[in-house]
Design a protein around this ligand. Structure first.
Ligand SMILES: *Cc1c(COP(=O)(O)O)cnc(C)c1O
Length: 391
C-alpha cells in the first residue's frame, strides 16, 4: 500500500492552530489577561428568528410519519433551489435555472471537492494571499499551482495571468484582504476564460457584504459567464450558518469543456459521493429568502459592517494604512514600522491582548499585512480598538 504523498507537499503548519498555540501559551503565562479575538472568520450572532422558526417547524414535520422526509433529492429540494434562483439571480438579471443549482453542506466542501471533476494536469491559478482551501485541495491532488499576486498596487485584484492557466479561483469580496472586484475587471476574467478555455471558480461567500451598487454580487452578471464560470455560495457569513452548514454551487449547463457538460460531471459526482444537506437545514435556508428572513439577515450583516466601518475609521485615525472593510467583513492593515505579520501579531497580543490573523499565513504577498474581522460583538470590537489606541 502507498499513501498519497501529495499530502506531504502541504505546508506543515496550519495557520489557526499556530495562532491558538500562541494564544494559549500567552494565557498560561498571563492568566489575568482578557483576550479579545478578532482573528478567526466565524460569525458570533445567533441565528435569526425566521431561521429558528423554520428549523422548529421542520423538526416537527420530521416527527410525524406523514411529513417525515428521508433522503433529499440529489441537487437539493426544489423549494430551496427555486428560492435561491429567485433571491440571488433573477433579482440581478442573471439567467440561472434551478437545475444548475447544487445544494451542499457549505462552500468549503464545494471549493474542496469541485477539483475532482478536473484532470490532474490542469494548471491552477489562485490569488496570493489566498483562502487556503483552494490551494491545499489541489496540492492534495498533485496539481501545479500558480500564485497571482494581490497587492496594494493592484488593489488586491490580480492581473490577468500571462502564462496559460486552466482553472482560476477568484473570491470577491475577498477573504482575507476585504478587497472587491469591479464588474469591468471581472468581465476581463470571463473573457479570458472564454477565449482560452479556462474555467473560473468564483467564490461569492461574502456577496451579502457588498454595499456599493456597482460591485457585482455574482459572476453571472458578466456577459458570457455561463460558459466560463462555476460559482460557490454559502449561508455561513450572511445568515450565520457556520454551525448549521449550508451552501450551493452553480454549474451552468452551457459550461462545456472538451465536449462534456461540467454540470453533468458535477451532478454525477454529487449523486455518487454526497447525500444532501439535512431537510431541516434546507428549510432554514429557504427562510433566509423570506421577507422576514431577508430583513433579519441584512440587519445582522449591517451590524457587522458597522464594526468594520468603526475599525477602519479608528485605525486610519491612528495612522494605519487600512484596506477592506467597506464591502467585506475583513480589514486588511499594513503592519507599522516594517514589522512582519507575526511580529505585529505578538505585539498586539502582548500590548493589547487582541488577537488577529497574520497576513503571511495566507501567502507570501500577505507578509507585512494583518487581518482583523468585523465578526466580534460591538462591545468587544470597541474595546479591542480602544486597547490598540492605548498602546
Ligand atoms: C467562510 C468562507 C467560506 C464558507 O464556507 P462554508 O463551508 O460555507 O462555511 C467559503 N469561502 C471563503 C473564502 C470563506 O471565507
Amino acid at each position: 500500500m502507498k499513501i498519497n504523498t501529495n499530502y506531504l507537499d502541504l505546508t506543515e503548519n496550519y495557520l489557526f492552530s499556530d495562532i491558538a498555540k500562541k494564544v494559549s501559551a500567552y494565557s498560561q503565562a498571563h492568566p489575568e489577561a482578557s483576550i479579545i479575538r478578532l482573528g478567526i472568520g466565524d460569525v458570533t450572532k445567533p441565528l435569526c428568528t425566521p431561521v429558528i422558526d423554520a428549523l422548529n417547524k421542520a423538526v416537527k414535520e420530521m416527527s410525524d410519519a406523514d411529513s417525515f422526509r428521508g433522503y433529499a433529492p440529489d441537487k437539493g429540494y426544489d423549494f430551496l433551489r427555486s428560492a435561491i434562483v429567485k433571491g440571488d439571480f433573477e433579482s440581478r438579471g442573471c439567467d440561472i435555472d434551478p437545475d444548475e443549482i447544487f445544494v451542499s453542506d457549505g462552500a468549503k466542501s464545494d471549493c474542496g471537492n469541485i477539483q475532482e471533476i478536473f484532470d490532474k494536469d490542469n494548471v491552477i491559478a489562485v490569488c496570493d494571499p489566498v483562502y487556503p482551501v483552494y490551494a491545499d485541495t489541489n496540492i492534495m491532488a498533485g496539481r501545479k499551482i500558480t500564485y497571482l499576486p494581490c497587492t496594494a498596487e493592484n488593489g488586491f485584484v490580480p492581473d490577468i495571468p500571462k502564462e496559460k492557466v486552466d482553472i482560476i479561483y477568484l473570491c470577491y469580496p475577498n477573504n482575507p484582504t476585504g478587497g472587491v472586484i469591479t464588474k469591468a475587471k471581472l468581465q476581463e476574467y470571463v473573457d479570458y476564460a472564454n477565449k482560452t478555455g479556462a474555467v473560473i471558480i468564483y467564490d461569492a461567500a461574502y456577496e451579502a457584504y457588498i454595499k456599493d451598487d456597482s460591485i457585482p454580487h455574482s459572476i453571472y452578471e458578466c456577459e458570457g459567464a455561463g460558459t466560463a464560470a462555476i460559482e460557490l455560495h454559502s449561508f455561513s457569513k450572511n445568515a450565520g450558518f457556520t454551525g448549521l452548514r449550508l451552501g450551493y454551487a452553480v454549474v451552468p449547463k452551457d459550461l462545456i469543456r472538451e465536449g462534456t457538460s461540467l454540470n453533468k460531471l458535477w451532478a454525477r459526482r454529487h449523486a455518487t459521493k454526497y447525500n444532501g444537506a439535512p431537510y431541516i437545514v434546507q428549510r432554514a435556508g429557504e427562510a433566509v429568502y423570506s421577507a422576514a428572513g431577508k430583513e433579519a439577515v441584512s440587519k445582522q450583516v449591517g451590524d457587522y459592517m458597522d464594526n468594520a466601518a468603526f475599525i477602519r475609521r479608528e485605525l486610519k485615525s491612528m495612522g494605519y494604512e487600512v484596506y477592506g472593510g467597506e464591502n467585506a467583513p475583513y480589514i486588511w492593515l499594513k503592519t507599522p514600522d516594517n514589522m512582519t505579520s507575526w511580529e505585529f501579531f505578538d505585539y498586539l497580543l502582548d500590548e493589547a491582548n487582541v488577537v488577529g490573523t497574520p497576513g503571511s499565513g495566507f501567502g507570501k504577498c500577505g507578509e507585512g499585512f494583518f487581518r482583523l474581522t468585523a465578526f466580534g460583538s460591538e462591545e468587544a470590537t470597541r474595546e479591542a480598538i480602544q486597547r490598540i489606541k492605548n498602546i
